[in-house]
Design a protein around this ligand. Structure first.
Ligand code: SF4
Ligand code: SF4
Length: 394
């Protein structure tokens, strides 16, 4: 069965008609698309927004805008700057109708001086062909210290005063509880981007599935804290990988797993938007059809079934193994890069990222002590996964 069969045909017919007549652009917010407030930024952003690594073709991008998508997440590093270049090219046709968030790499090799960071951001403005971006985020913040670094804070303040950014944010790929809690409490960041998917909600152990993992992992508390401080929340990694999954069995039951995953994310009313890679017209239509639709019981069951099957293969990026590892091997990073390779087809990017890891935090320095295995709440066979990742990416 084709993906289209899962899409709610009525809403798509309407959306397609709007796209043809151009009524769906954000002159007015699309009636079919739902919008949510992104915390104190007060930006009303589409429930489904555009992940920019990579951005889709121009035709799909324009269709997404016409269908009501009004937020794109990019970074100076995505597709060697081509993500920002494409966005810049398209957005000149939609002035003031689309929000752009980009990122810089504070605390990373090559971006560890104030001058380098400033240059990196100026490059983003140039590629995006704008004088000001809506949000500048610290990309993949690794520790709370980076967020409190004087150079980073002074630069963000300077960019704001110069009118080059409107708001600040943080994305985080591991140890999210410590990093994002610090970001929210500091008062220096207006939004956070957190890895949040159906896999964040369940923990699978030998004796069954525990559905309270969201609380146990601390992610629920981070989001509640953000709500208390009026800091906006955007969900990333919403598909938790995706291509390796056996979709055939869900299709037989008439369920779209990608739709169920997005609905699960959007059930949390404080999550302003779910980022997704809208790389084909089918995916775009399938994803956008979830807006305003509840997660039906059969979809919830399918998600539990799916999470149960794949739980011990998907790293939730909690960072607990990092704290336990005597050699500080970058386990969540390595597993994420492997996922880029196997599930997202980003083979070159995955290899490139793996190469940027310092030797001391790469698999070559792992002594197989097994401490991480005892720590991982998801019982991932970490050493085996690191070995496979190394074979793929080295
Ligand atoms: S097995 Fe390797 S990754 Fe795991 S704790 Fe030991 S050194 Fe770290
Ligand atoms: S491997 Fe396990 S402990 Fe380490 S970050 Fe991933 S889920 Fe957490």
């Amino acid at each position: 069965m084709d993906r289209r069969h899962f899409i709610k045909s009525t809403s798509i017919t309407l959306l397609a008609a709007m796209a043809k007549t151009g009524q769906g652009n954000n002159n007015k917010l699309s009636k079919q698309m739902k919008y949510r407030r992104l915390g104190r930024t007060n930006m009303k952003i589409s429930e489904i927004s555009l992940g920019g690594s990579p951005v889709p073709s121009e035709a799909i991008f324009r269709r997404a805008i016409e269908m009501g998508v009004n937020y794109v997440d990019t970074s100076s590093s995505y597709t060697n700057g081509n993500s920002e270049r494409t966005i810049g090219k398209i957005l000149k046709d939609y002035p003031n109708k689309f929000y752009v968030a980009t990122k810089f790499h504070a605390g990373r090799k090559g971006s560890d001086t104030k001058e380098a960071l400033e240059k990196e951001f100026e490059g983003s403005l140039k590629r995006l062909n704008v004088d000001c971006v809506d949000i500048l985020m610290v990309h993949g913040a690794r520790t709370p210290d980076i967020l409190a670094n004087d150079d980073v804070l002074n630069l963000l303040e300077k960019f704001k005063k110069q009118g080059k950014i409107r708001f600040t944010g943080v994305s985080c790929h591991h140890n999210p509880v410590d990093v994002l809690t610090a970001a929210v409490k500091s008062g220096n960041y207006d939004m956070i981007s957190v890895a949040y998917s159906a896999f964040s909600g369940s923990l699978v152990q030998k004796d069954g599935v525990y559905k309270n993992y969201l609380q146990k992992s601390g992610i629920e508390q981070v989001i509640n804290l953000a709500k208390k401080h009026d800091v906006g929340v955007i969900a990333m990694k919403t598909m938790a990988g995706g291509n390796r999954q056996d979709l055939a069995k869900y299709r037989k039951k008439g369920i779209s797993l990608p739709q169920a995953k997005l609905k699960w994310v959007l059930e949390n009313k404080y999550v302003a938007s779910a980022l997704s890679e809208l790389l084909t017209f089918d995916i775009l239509e399938e994803n956008l059809a979830v807006c305003g639709s509840p997660l039906y019981p059969e979809e919830r069951m399918a998600l539990i079934d799916h999470v149960t099957s794949f739980s011990s293969r998907y790293c939730r990026m909690c960072g607990l193994c990092l704290k336990a590892c005597p050699r500080k091997i970058a386990v969540p990073d390595i597993l994420r890069y492997a996922l880029y390779y196997t599930d997202h087809g980003k083979t070159t990017l995955a290899k490139k990222k793996y190469k940027t890891l310092p030797v001391e935090s790469s698999y070559s320095n792992c002594n197989h002590c097994g401490r991480c295995l005892k720590t991982c709440p998801n019982r991932l066979p970490i050493i085996r996964m690191l070995q496979s990742a190394h074979q793929l990416l080295a």
